[in-house]
Design a protein around this ligand. Structure first.
Ligand code: HEC
Length: 278
């Protein structure tokens, strides 16, 4: 892989990508973890899951104060989850255990369709089977609320995303996306969230890549913001084309990013401060 002259941070991302190109998924994760732990000595992956707040006591206090902010979103999500379909079934009837303790396994590779299936896609697949109208993947009021509720049924469970045989190409595409410089500002995701982790950016501390997938959707200004919604904001920051929520590119990126958080506990419906300035 060629790493042409570019900003120093991005150059490190490029060399990291080159090294990881031949590695197995678990080796990728170990490598990112070692890099983060070298940059942020004394912090564990569980600390990383606090995101920006790991570096900001004031923000941690605010998060505790706002712990109940999700209730109206969860109520709406529960209503959608339990609503009876015309055939008498419901979303709850499509998933094992009524959807309890399943979220940690998503996104998951679907062997027959040969693609990465997010929790949002699994919800729409259920609606499709029962001939109900699908939900708009990016709509915070419907899909956002119902995924917030569904993930609350897995609160405290560990993320356990698998990369089975056949899934490597999708995982690899997500990994490549994460380490590739994109957009007008020549940043990779890794420039800010691996090499830049813990450093200040605008008025926020940059969250480390590991732990970033544990707490979605977040509740911001009373609305459920999905992981892909957040990624789209970061793509805009990078001056890169924000792929649509639910696109294969973002699904594979979410697959890679969530795999990095394997073993960490799901923290459903975390509150996050209003959007930082770009
Ligand atoms: C120019 C720096 C920059 C780049 C590049 C960038 N981000 Fe971000 N990102 C931010 C900032 C600033 C925030 C808000 C503070 C925080 O939580 O890190 C953020 C937040 C996030 C969060 C939320 C973290 C949390 O705990 O709530 C995720 C997830 C994320 N970014 C993923 C990505 C992905 C994936 C990419 C690549 C497509 C990316 N970011 C590229 C700056 C960046």
């Amino acid at each position: 892989m060629r790493c042409p002259s570019l900003a120093r941070l991005a150059a490190i991302a490029c060399s990291l990508a080159a090294v990881a190109a031949i590695a197995a998924p678990s080796a990728d994760r170990d490598q990112v973890r070692e890099r983060l732990q070298a940059l942020l000595p004394g912090m564990s992956p569980a600390d990383f899951a606090l995101g920006s707040a790991a570096f900001d006591e004031g923000l941690r206090a605010q998060i505790e104060q706002n712990a109940g902010a999700a209730s109206p979103v969860l109520e709406e999500g529960a209503r959608i989850w339990k609503r009876k379909f015309r055939d008498g079934r419901s979303l709850a009837s499509c998933f094992p255990n009524g959807g309890r303790r399943i979220a940690g396994a998503y996104p998951q590779f679907h062997p027959r369709l040969k693609l990465v299936m997010t929790l949002e896609m699994a919800i729409n697949q259920c609606l499709k089977i029962h001939r109900e109208a699908l939900l708009e993947t990016a709509d915070p009021k419907t899909m956002g609320a119902v995924t917030a509720y569904l993930r609350s049924l897995s609160d405290g469970r560990r993320i356990a995303v698998r990369v089975p045989a056949g899934a490597q190409a999708s995982f690899e595409q997500g990994r490549r996306f994460y380490f590739s410089r994109l957009g007008q500002r020549n940043f990779a995701c890794a420039s800010c969230h691996v090499q830049g982790a813990g450093k200040r950016y605008a008025d926020a501390a940059l969250s480390p890549a590991i732990g970033q997938a544990t707490h979605w959707p977040v509740i911001r200004d009373g609305m459920a913001v999905s992981l892909q919604g957040q990624i789209r904001e970061c793509l805009e920051r990078m001056g890169a084309a924000p792929f649509p929520a639910g696109s294969e590119e973002l699904n594979n990126l979410e697959y890679f990013l969530t795999y990095l958080s394997n073993g960490l506990a799901i923290k459903a419906n975390a509150w996050r401060a209003p959007r930082a300035a770009p």
